[in-house]
Every structure is written in C-alpha cells, then in structure tokens.
Design a binder for this molecule. Structure first.
Ligand code: SF4
Length: 232
C-alpha cells in the first residue's frame, strides 16, 4: 500500500474551533472597569486607553493568554497535590481601596499556598517565551505582587516564570517592600487623576529602550502615535 493512502482529506479545523470558543468567551467576558493591578507597572497611557476605550482583544492575543492560563492551571494543580501543601486558594479576585481618593484597584491573585506548617506563600505565575534573559523578576511583576501581599498580609511572595518553549521554570522569592508599595500606589493615584481630568498621560513605553517593544503589541498604537510623547 502506498504510504499516502493512509491519509484522507477529511480534517477537523481545530483553528476554527479555537477561534469560535474565543469569540464566544469574548462576548460573555465582562471586563471590570477601572485600574488593574496587573497593568500598573506598564505604560500609563496604554492603561488610560484601556479604561476609556477598551477595545476587544484580538484572538491572536487571546490565544497567547490561553496558553499561559493552561500552564498556570497545571502548575496550580501540582501545587495542590504537593505533600507539604495544606490547600491552595487560586484565581481569587481582590479589591484594593485607595484612600483618601476613594477609588479601587482591581486584581486577581494566582495562588495563595497554605503550607502544612502554617506558612503562606503568594505565588504569581508568569509565562514567557524562554527563560534565558530572566535573571531577576521584572519590576512590573513585583509591583503587582506588592499590592496583593499588602492586602492579604502575606509575608512570602514568589514569582514563577514558566517558559513556553521548554516548560521550564525559574522561581524568585519576593519580600514585601514598603517603598515599592508606596511607589505603586503613587502611580495608581497619578493614573486616577489623569482619568478623572480626562487628560492623556505621557507615552511612557515609547520613552525608554527597555519598554518600547510594548508599543509593537499595543492595541492603541494608532491613537498614541497621533499624539505627542507628553499629554494633550
Ligand atoms: S503605543 Fe506605546 S507608548 Fe503608546 S500607549 Fe501604546 S504602549 Fe504606550
């Protein structure tokens, strides 16, 4: 028998299935408005656009998020089964009330791990292409963790980078840092003011070599490029 006889032209279009699923999820998804803890360390102008305009995420981006979520779910599952672990609270929403301004920062923490000896560790999983360039946790990720650690009153934090190319991980312990926490709050307050006064913040990502790559993936690049680097 010819080798090719084994193949037919009947195939299920799995790409179409995934796209349909993501389209459905997008329709049902209710994004909580306002400032998000996961975005606070990134470009302030982009966050402003996300809150004011909120364009839907394209499927290419949702696919990347989905892969990250699948990896995260697997790691959470393994953490739950670990012999030293009592239980894990995962994917819990959180609200941080900022006073005296009275606005809320929304967030969702990944895994609050309760060990059998009573220790609690807040583990945040971040997927990345590969681990080669990751020698320390990224500041924007630590900033996000500061908010959660303060609200949950957790002493031990951990950022777990998961590579998508080899499914290897790098773990970094994170200690609560009052100075950095205040810096995060100050950024949130600044953004809140820009939103309140309907003023466009500076184009932060464009202004540094280390962050300009973000502009390549920014859904609001067209609007941003029409404006200058500073506000208005
Ligand atoms: S294009 Fe770049 S600088 Fe402008 S909003 Fe997007 S990320 Fe920020």
């Amino acid at each position: 028998m010819d080798r090719l006889d084994k193949f037919t032209d009947v195939v299920i279009d799995t790409n179409e299935i995934v796209d349909k699923d993501l389209d459905e999820k997008r329709k049902k998804q209710k994004r909580i408005g306002g400032i998000h803890a996961s975005a606070i360390g990134y470009c302030m102008r982009k966050q402003w656009y996300e809150i004011k305009i909120n364009r839907p995420q394209p499927n290419d981006t949702l696919r990347i998020f989905k892969v990250g979520n699948l990896l995260h779910d697997y790691v959470t599952e393994l953490l739950k089964r670990h012999e030293d672990v009592e239980y894990v609270e995962d994917e819990k929403p959180i609200k941080i009330l900022v006073e005296p301004e009275g606005f809320v920062i929304h967030g969702t923490y990944d895994d609050l791990v309760h060990l059998k000896d009573g220790t609690r560790i807040l583990v945040d999983e971040k997927s990345c292409k590969n681990l080669f360039y990751i020698a320390e946790p990224k500041k924007e990720h630590v900033m996000q963790l500061m908010l959660y650690m303060r609200v949950l009153e957790v002493e031990h934090g951990q950022i777990c980078y998961i590579s998508k190319n080899k499914f290897q991980m790098k773990n970094f312990p994170v200690k609560f840092d009052e100075k950095l926490y205040k810096e995060v709050l100050a950024r949130a307050k600044k953004l809140h003011l820009f939103l309140d006064e309907n003023e466009l913040p500076p184009a932060e990502a464009k202004q540094s070599k280390s962050t300009e790559w973000l502009c390549e993936y920014c859904l609001y690049a067209d609007l941003c490029h029409e404006k200058g680097l500073e506000e208005k």
